[in-house]
Design a binder for this molecule. Structure first.
Ligand code: NAD
Length: 498
C-alpha cells in the first residue's frame, strides 16, 4: 500500500477515488520516483461512469446548438488562459520539456476551436421535389456514449483530437487516459465543469486493459476512438467491431524523411534534430529514419552531429531541449535497440547511452543517438523504437528511396526535402503514407483537416478531427417526405423510383 496522492476518476461531475485493490504508480520521469497513484477502475466505477454518461445523453443531445456552443467557447477561453497549468502536469508525468507540453495543449486547443463551429458542420442537406411532391433531406445525429482511449505520449492533445468534436456534436464521453499520465485529462474534466458542461457529459476512468475491455464490451458505448501501439490498436479495432461498435484505432509508426541531393542541408539538419529528438522521439510523427539520396549522406551527418553537440538533455522544468523517457522500462527498451543496431553492423555515430544529463541521477535518461548504415533487416531499422534514435540510410536514387519507404509496415507520416517541385509532386502522388510533409518534417494536419495514417498505422476508415471526426461521431438519417396534396398516386407495389 502506498501513501501517494491518488489521481481520481471523474464520474458525473465529481472526483471519485476508487478502491486501491489494484494500483498503478505514476512516476516523475525526471526524478525517477513514483509521485502519485491511480486506483484502477473496478466494476463499481466503470458501471457508474457508463450509467452517468448514458443518463446525461438525451438532455445534452437535445440542448440547443447555441447553448452548447456557448459552453464550447467558455471551455476554449479557460483552456487558453490556463494551459500552462496543464503543461506543468504533462511535464511532471511524461517528462517532455515545458515548451513542448504547452505546444501540445495548443494543438489540442485548435480542435476545440474547430468544434465551436459545430452548428455549421452539422447542417444537413435538402432536395426539394426529388420526386413530384416528395422532398428528401438528411440530418446528422449524435451516437450516444462514446469511448476515448489515449496513449502516454500526448496526455492532452490526443484526447482533444476527439472529445471536443464528440461533445459539440451531442455525444457524451468516457475517456480512459494512459495510466502513465492521468492528470491532464482530470484537469480538463474540471475545466469542463467550470465552463458549464452538465454533469455526466464528460467522464474519466483511470485504469488499464481491464477498463478498456469493459469499454469494448458494454453495449452503452457506441463508438471507440483509440490511439496507441499497433498491436493494441488492431485488437481494439477487431474486438470493438465484434461488439458492434464504430471504431477508429490509430497505431504506431516508423516515419522516414527522403532527402534529395538538391535539398537545403542546413534546413534538413535542423529538421532532423527537431523531428528526431523533440519529445525524446516519443511522437508518432517523429522522424526516425533519414533516407539520404547519395552523395549527400556524409555532409548531412556532419551537420546533424554538429547540432547534436549543442543539445541539452535534462529535467523538462530546467529549460533543457530534451527530457527523459517516460519510464525506466521504456528507456531500457530504447537503449536495447541501440545495442541491436550495433550488433547488426550499424555505426553508432553519437551514443545517447554515454552522455551527461541536467537532472536527477535517478531520471530515465537517454541522450540523442545517431546511427549510420543500420541494415534494413535489423529490428533496429524495422521496429518502432519510440525514442531519441535517428537512423541514417543511404540510397542511390529517388526511386530506391520511395520503394524502401513504401515497403515499410507503417504509413503514418513522411517527409521529402527537395527544391524540385516536380519531384515533390511525384512523391506526394507515389508515397503510401497518410500524412506527407514537403520540406516540413512533422506534417501534423491542422484541426480542420484530419489526422491519421495508412497501413498498420491506423485501423478503421475515418481519421481523427476535421470533417472525418464529425462524420465519426455522428450518423446520418435521411428522410423522404411527402405532404399530401390532392394528387394521391394510388396503389403501386413496385420499388420506389423517381
Ligand atoms: P499502448 O498501446 O501501450 O497504450 C495505449 C492505451 O491502450 C493506453 O490507454 C493503455 O492503457 C491501453 N492498453 C495498453 N495495452 C492494452 C491492451 N493489451 N488491451 C487494451 N488496452 C491496452 O501505447 P502507449 O505506449 O501508451 O503509446 C505509444 C504508442 O502510441 C506508440 O506506438 C505511438 O506510435 C502510438 N501513437 C500513435 C499515434 C497516431 O496518431 N497514430 C499518436 C500517438 C501515439
Amino acid at each position: 500500500m502506498s501513501n501517494l496522492p491518488v489521481v481520481p476518476h471523474w464520474i458525473n461531475g465529481q472526483e471519485v477515488s476508487g478502491k486501491p485493490d489494484h494500483v498503478v504508480l505514476v512516476t516523475d520521469p525526471a526524478l525517477g520516483i513514483a509521485t502519485k497513484q491511480v486506483n484502477v477502475a473496478g466494476e463499481t466505477e466503470i458501471e457508474a461512469a457508463f450509467a452517468s454518461a448514458q443518463a446525461a445523453f438525451p438532455k445534452w443531445r437535445d440542448m440547443s446548438q447555441a447553448r452548447k456552443q456557448a459552453i464550447m467557447f467558455k471551455f476554449r477561453e479557460l483552456l487558453n488562459e490556463r494551459k500552462h497549468e496543464c503543461a506543468a502536469l504533462i511535464t511532471e508525468e511524461h517528462g517532455k520539456v515545458l515548451d513542448d507540453a504547452l505546444g501540445e495543449v495548443t494543438r489540442g486547443q485548435e480542435v476545440v476551436e474547430f468544434a465551436t463551429g459545430m452548428p455549421h458542420l452539422l447542417k444537413g442537406m435538402f432536395t426539394e421535389n426529388a420526386s413530384s411532391g416528395v422532398d428528401v433531406y438528411s440530418i446528422r445525429q449524435a451516437l450516444g456514449v462514446v469511448g476515448i482511449i489515449s496513449p502516454f505520449n500526448f496526455p492532452a492533445m490526443v484526447p482533444m483530437w476527439f472529445f471536443p468534436i464528440a461533445i459539440a456534436a451531442g455525444n457524451t464521453v468516457v475517456v480512459k487516459p494512459s495510466e502513465k499520465v492521468p492528470s491532464a485529462t482530470l484537469w480538463m474534466a474540471k475545466l469542463w465543469k467550470e465552463a458549464g458542461l452538465p454533469d455526466g457529459v464528460f467522464n474519466v476512468l483511470n485504469g488499464n486493459r481491464s477498463t478498456v475491455q469493459a469499454m469494448l464490451e458494454d453495449q452503452r458505448i457506441k463508438a471507440i476512438s483509440f490511439v496507441g501501439s499497433t498491436p493494441v490498436a488492431k485488437y481494439i479495432y477487431e474486438e470493438g467491431s465484434k461488439h458492434g461498435k464504430r471504431v477508429q484505432a490509430l497505431g504506431g509508426a516508423k516515419n522516414h524523411a527522403l532527402i534529395l541531393p538538391d535539398a537545403d542541408l542546413d534546413l534538413v539538419a535542423d529538421s532532423m534534430i527537431n523531428a528526431g529528438f523533440g519529445s525524446a522521439g516519443e511522437r508518432c510523427m517523429a522522424i526516425s529514419v533519414a533516407v539520404a539520396v547519395e552523395p549527400i549522406a556524409d555532409d548531412l551527418i556532419a551537420k546533424i552531429v554538429e547540432r547534436m553537440g549543442k543539445l541539452r538533455t535534462g529535467d523538462g522544468r530546467r529549460g533543457c531541449d530534451m527530457g527523459p523517457l517516460v519510464t525506466k522500462e521504456h528507456r531500457d527498451k530504447v537503449a536495447g535497440y541501440i545495442e541491436i543496431a550495433e550488433k547488426d553492423g550499424g555505426r553508432i555515430i553519437v551514443d545517447g547511452r554515454k552522455q551527461n544529463f541536467d537532472g536527477d541521477e535517478n531520471g530515465f535518461w537517454l541522450g540523442p543517438t545517431l546511427i549510420d548504415n543500420v541494415p534494413l533487416t535489423s529490428k533496429a531499422y524495422k521496429d518502432e523504437i519510440f525514442g531519441p534514435v535517428l537512423n541514417v540510410v543511404r540510397v542511390k536514387s529517388y526511386d530506391e528511396g520511395v520503394k524502401l519507404i513504401n515497403d515499410g509496415e507503417y504509413g503514418n507520416g513522411v517527409a521529402i526535402f527537395t527544391n524540385d517541385g516536380g519531384a515533390a509532386r511525384r512523391f506526394q502522388n507515389e508515397i503510401e503514407v497518410g500524412m506527407v510533409g514537403i520540406n516540413v518534417p512533422i506534417p501534423v494536419p491542422v484541426a480542420y483537416y484530419s489526422f491519421g495514417g495508412w497501413k498498420n498505422s491506423a485501423f478503421g476508415d475515418t481519421k481523427a478531427h476535421g470533417v472525418e471526426g464529425v462524420k465519426f461521431f455522428t450518423r446520418e438519417k435521411t428522410m423522404t417526405s411527402r405532404w399530401l396534396d390532392p394528387s394521391h398516386g394510388g396503389i403501386n407495389l413496385g420499388f420506389p423510383q423517381n
